[in-house]
Design a protein around this ligand. Structure first.
Ligand SMILES: [Zn+2]
Length: 171
């Protein structure tokens, strides 16, 4: 079956009532913040999402995404491919006043004025948070391995901290 492009936004309550499943992609060029946190995003992200209602009739979305990016090795400064996946579970935060006693099983997903959640933003946030703090080749693949002991790995300043990117966006 051919993969479809994910919708940008979705009404999570309606999707949960219909028990919708998505198996699709997010185009690499849409992942601009992930691209800014890496050298580049080298392929489209595969994303599967399942919407459902839990026992308390709360809408939730369980998902998985994988992607490949080029990172800069902090030991030898060369680029390398990094493929990884994330799993997540969100429930829409329908009323901001519920934020304090939000069920622990879920991450809160902000809804817009139409009651919709932004799927690309959620998936991209998850992918950014899962980037390695210090990117490095496997030792066997790294030109600089053996030249340095672990304690001497320089921490590069050039790469933007993924958490800083998220912080700026939430302002
Ligand atoms: Zn390296």
């Amino acid at each position: 079956m051919q993969k479809v492009k994910l919708p940008l936004t979705v009404d999570p309550v309606r999707a949960a009532q219909k028990k919708l499943d998505y198996d699709g992609i997010i185009k690499a060029e849409l992942l601009e913040r992930l691209a800014a946190s890496t050298q580049s995003v080298t392929r489209d992200a595969n994303v599967t999402l399942s919407f459902d209602l839990d026992q308390r009739r709360l809408a939730f979305m369980r998902g998985r995404a994988d992607v490949e990016v080029t990172l800069t090795c902090q030991r030898c400064q060369e680029g390398f491919q990094h493929e990884y996946s994330v799993e997540f579970c969100y429930s829409p935060l329908l009323k901001p006043e519920d934020a304090d006693d939000f069920p622990e099983a879920y991450e809160p997903a902000d809804v817009d004025e139409n009651g919709e959640i932004n799927l690309i933003q959620i998936v991209e946030d998850e992918l950014i948070l899962e980037l390695p703090q210090v990117a490095m080749h496997d030792e066997a693949d790294c030109k600089a391995s053996g030249n340095m002991t672990f304690g001497e790995i320089p921490v590069a300043d050039e790469r933007p901290n993924p958490f800083a990117v998220l912080k700026n966006l939430s302002k």
